[in-house]
Design a protein. Structure first.
Length: 400
């Protein structure tokens, strides 16, 4: 591939294209690496395991900026809305660059209430979200069942969010990997980074676990829930990110006669139908560090919640169960852009929104590497916001 001519974008590197090392090949690292290679940079990405098999593999792929907006998350909503709006083009571009499909689907999302209490809660959320300008439609139980005939007959009410969509996150991971390779990124899988190399308060490269040193003009830290575990990070540069465990499972529907066509939020679980008939049910939200055990209680609570809203699942075979680790920051929002170490750029902390935020993360962080500037909506999410209170106090996780 011929490199584009050097524009003013690269001026902060004295007219040369920077050599960038990315740590972690999840949706964040792959997207950033792809964009940087497209711009003309030499990019090496190091992945401890297999590309895309961290939280990115474990996710449900919901692109839900609207139906999941919660009180206290108004700032994040601005960013999630920008990313949601970027998704159709991003999907087309990833598919064209990789030659792979990612099953981006835009049928909208249904949020269902079963009991009187659920209806009260749903009405509160509906009014809060409507006040934020999110396009929502209140449905009676009968109207909800007209859209999804397999819902439990007693369903009390629902809200339809036309703007919330889904993508197959596993296909996305594979396609992003191909797109990045096609743009010239060098990907090294099963090649963990042991430590960041810092000299005189500037990142100089990385030390791999096998002892090899790789020098770089810029290092991008995108190691998801493991981002604090990279050695060599000065204390002030340690991102306040922790793993928040999520158990999920998939049932197998008949693809020719699926029980569900929309993404569905029920009390205590969500259900996501895939094109191939898999029905994902998620997810627990647990503060258990990197404990990767599926538990009887986790499976029981997910299946019970799903069965209460969609009783027809009872006969379906269980296709898969898995655990993933959301990379969660102290305020549940991503950490993007500069750090206190010059030349070290960060993209982590995406918690339950990393798939949704993939387009904006790739754009904003690659843009920062090239120009030294972040778009305003993303700049609010720099690591600087934690500087005043560096402890790793945990907050309760919520949602996906
Ligand atoms: C159960 C569950 C459901 C979710 N559902 C959704 C959803 O519906 N919608 C949504 O938008 N988001 C969802 N998320 C969140 C989303 O999955 C994450 O926010 C996103 O995948 C984070 O991407 P990442 O690239 O930062 O992390 P990851 O995908 O975890 O990638 C980080 C990578 O870094 C690698 N790594 C770690 N240490 C090293 C090292 N030392 N050297 C080299 N490589 C290293 C890891 O192996 C990993 O591949 C969900 C998450 C979970 C767990």
């Amino acid at each position: 591939m011929t490199k584009p001519s050097i524009s003013s974008k690269s001026s902060r590197f004295g007219g040369a294209w920077p050599h960038v090392v990315v740590i972690g090949a999840g949706v964040c690292g792959l997207g950033i690496a792809w964009r940087l290679a497209q711009a003309g940079c030499t990019v090496d990405i190091f992945e401890r395991g297999e590309a895309g098999h961290g939280a990115t593999w474990a996710a449900a792929g919901m692109l839900a900026a609207g139906a999941e907006a919660e009180p206290g998350e108004q700032r994040l909503l601005e960013l999630t809305r920008i990313s949601l709006a970027a998704w159709p083009n991003f999907a087309r571009e990833v598919e064209a660059a990789s030659g792979l499909t990612i099953d981006y689907r835009d049928q909208g999302t249904l949020v269902v209430a079963l009991t009187h209490d659920d209806v009260e809660q749903l009405r509160f959320t509906y009014e809060f979200q409507r006040d934020l300008g999110i396009e929502l439609q209140w449905l009676s139980g009968a109207e909800a069942r007209a859209r999804e005939p397999h819902l439990r007959p007693g369903v009390a009410a629902a809200v339809y969010s036309a703007g919330d969509h889904q993508v197959d996150n596993r296909k996305l991971a594979l396609a992003l990997k191909q797109a990045a390779l096609g743009a010239g990124v060098t990907l090294r899988e099963r090649c963990p980074v042991r430590a960041l190399a810092v000299e005189g308060e500037r990142a100089r490269g990385v030390h791999l676990a096998d002892g090899v040193f790789i020098d770089a003009d810029v290092v991008v830290l995108a190691a998801g829930a493991w981002s604090r575990e990279i050695g060599g990070l000065p204390v002030e540069a340690l991102p306040p990110v922790r793993p928040v465990k999520g158990q999920m499972l998939a049932l197998q529907m008949d693809p020719a006669a699926p029980l569900l066509s929309h993404v569905l939020w029920a009390p205590k679980a969500y259900l996501v139908p895939r094109v191939d008939g898999r029905l994902l049910i998620g997810a627990t939200v647990e503060e258990k560090g990197f404990d990767d055990a599926m538990t009887a209680g986790g499976v029981l609570s997910l299946l019970e919640a799903a069965w209460r809203v969609l009783p027809g699942i009872e006969e379906l075979p269980i296709a898969e169960t898995w655990v993933g680790f959301r990379p969660t920051s102290r305020d549940d929002a991503p950490i993007l852009g500069p750090t206190v170490v010059e030349g070290l750029v960060i993209a982590t902390g995406h918690h339950r929104n990393g798939i949704l935020l993939a387009p904006v993360t790739a754009e904003a962080v690659s843009g920062y590497v090239l120009t030294g500037e972040m778009p305003a909506a993303a700049a609010q999410f720099s690591a600087e916001r934690f500087a005043a209170a560096p402890s790793l106090a945990t907050v309760g996780g919520s949602g996906r």
